[in-house]
Design a binder for this molecule. Structure first.
Ligand SMILES: Cc1cc2nc3c(=O)[nH]c(=O)nc-3n(C[C@H](O)[C@H](O)[C@H](O)COP(=O)(O)OP(=O)(O)OC[C@H]3O[C@@H](n4cnc5c(N)ncnc54)[C@H](O)[C@@H]3O)c2cc1C
Ligand code: SF4
Length: 441
């Protein structure tokens, strides 16, 4: 299935923020690895890639073997090499940090091996002998894709239903383009699908058509990988003015289409998490000259990664701390500013501090809502806030119904969704083949 994206989409102006290694650089870096026996980098990786093994293979010139080691644990290893926050995962736990020496650049080495695998068109896995069992997966994001690939290796027939026209989930529609652009994510999905026998139906919203009951009737097991819902909003006056958007919504537009941003010069992003930081950097990248992040807490306490925020500051973004929006100000139906008030240390408004931050664009990045309609009223499926409750194998309380990724973990990273999809596929396999108890013992 070839998905065509417009060449002139707004994200095309971004360059990769981490330059790729050439063969010499990769070999030199691989040779620094200590190949630790109890490698903490493996424990820090949610997919538990055998990192010293893939690095050793690079150092001996066995790039194909290295890529195979990566994909065996993480079939989205190419995109994870680009999008994983390695600073707080494998690289953050490399033993070199304790010696005050630069940690091994694991992400760049993983990218080196997996990029070569893609360039050369290497394929590593084949579908298993048909079992006669059928599994439906809902959503074509990292969780479902990882599950689908593993299920095909076991020989089950697999069908994915995706409500959007594009595949890849947030890896295609959400990830910052300086890490990975949408076409690269789609290329990865197509590579994954080359195992054969994974049917994908796009433009199909499960819950509307087909219904979950229909899927349960036609399939032996169902996996939910539907992620989270649309951006949350603050419910302030002026919310429906042109130019007030949810950040994830704006990022999706920027990644998939051309945008007319002529004359736009000031952007305000509301929030202090990773989506807010991505959004400020993306606003700078698409041409906004004055970009401010308005956050109700302190700079040091924001939930977004400090290393990403530091990069934003270097790009000229300003932070407005302890700043609470109270109204979007408009003119002729378009936003022209955000009225804010300053907060004290207890998050109480400070009298006399009202002010307006001028803005042609306001992006609200205060989290995504839950997306559980498709799962509502399913007997045996329990919800905990915005998450679906699952056991350590991704099983809900309803026989044959599994879930993984953002909707089950409450929003983590791509690599967590990949791990949870893979592990749920293993559990589904045991369920379908009647070996569940043996694995749980
Ligand atoms: C702006 C942003 C930037 C991010 N950047 C990074 C990053 O740099 N690095 C990183 O590791 N993580 C990042 N993340 C997090 C990461 O993208 C998610 O953790 C990951 O994509 C979750 O995968 P998933 O498969 O659970 O869900 P998703 O990727 O959300 O995929 C769910 C899919 O299900 C589809 N769907 C929903 N409902 C239905 C339905 N009823 N029927 C059919 N299909 C349906 C959706 O259209 C979507 O394609 C980012 C998240 C956001 C919001
Ligand atoms: S912790 Fe660092 S040095 Fe040790 S195996 Fe992992 S990458 Fe190599």
């Amino acid at each position: 299935m070839a998905t065509q994206l417009p060449e002139d989409r707004a994200e095309s102006v971004f360059e990769d923020y981490k330059p790729a290694y050439n063969a010499l650089q990769a070999t030199a870096e691989a040779n620094r690895c200590l190949y630790c026996l109890d490698a903490p980098c493996i424990t820090a990786c949610p997919t538990a890639i055998n990192i010293p093994e893939f690095i050793r293979k690079i150092s001996t010139g066995n790039v194909k073997g290295s890529a195979k080691t990566i994909f065996e644990s993480n079939i989205l290893g190419m995109s994870c090499a680009r999008v994983c926050p390695v600073e707080v995962l494998c690289v953050g736990d490399c033993v070199y940090n304790e010696m005050d020496r630069p940690p091994i650049e694991i992400g760049k080495l993983q990218r080196y091996a997996t990029d070569i695998a893609f360039e050369k068109g290497w394929k590593f896995f084949e579908a298993g002998a048909p079992t006669g069992k059928r599994v439906a997966l809902i959503g074509a994001g990292p969780a479902s894709l990882s599950a689908a690939h593993r299920l095909r290796r076991f020989g089950h027939a697999v069908t994915i239903y995706e409500k959007r026209d594009v595949i890849g989930g947030l890896n295609t529609t959400g990830v910052a383009p300086y890490k990975m652009k949408a076409d690269r994510s789609i290329e990865e999905v197509e590579w994954l699908l080359s195992i054969g026998g994974i049917e994908i139906h796009t433009g199909k919203e499960v819950g509307v058509a087909p219904t979950v009951a229909e899927l349960e009737e036609r399939f032996d097991a169902v996996f939910f990988g539907i992620g989270l819902g649309p951006d949350k909003h603050l419910g302030l006056p002026g919310e429906d003015l042109d130019g007030v958007l949810g950040a994830v919504d704006f990022i999706e537009q920027m990644k998939l289409q051309a945008l007319d941003l002529q004359g736009a010069s000031r952007a305000v992003v509301v929030g202090g998490g990773n989506t807010a930081i991505d959004a400020v950097r993306e606003a700078v990248g698409v041409g906004f000259k004055h970009v401010t992040m308005a956050y109700r807490g302190d700079e040091k306490k924001m939930s977004g990664y400090q290393h990403e925020w530091k990069a934003g500051k270097l790009e000229g973004v300003l932070g407005a701390w302890r700043t609470q929006p109270i109204e979007y100000v408009g003119k002729d139906g378009h936003v022209i500013g955000v009225r804010c008030v300053k907060l004290d240390a207890d998050k109480k408004p400070i009298e006399g501090t009202e002010h307006v931050l001028p803005a042609d664009l306001v992006l609200v990045a205060i989290g995504q809502s839950k997306l559980l309609d498709a799962l509502n009223n399913l007997e045996g499926v329990e919800m905990d806030g915005k998450k679906v409750t699952v056991d350590k194998h991704g099983a809900t309380g309803r026989p044959g119904v599994y879930a993984g990724g953002d909707l089950a973990n409450g929003a983590k990273e791509v690599v967590n969704a990949v791990a949870e999809g893979r592990d749920a596929a293993e559990a589904i396999h045991r369920y379908l083949m009647g070996t569940e108890e043996a694995a749980d013992a």
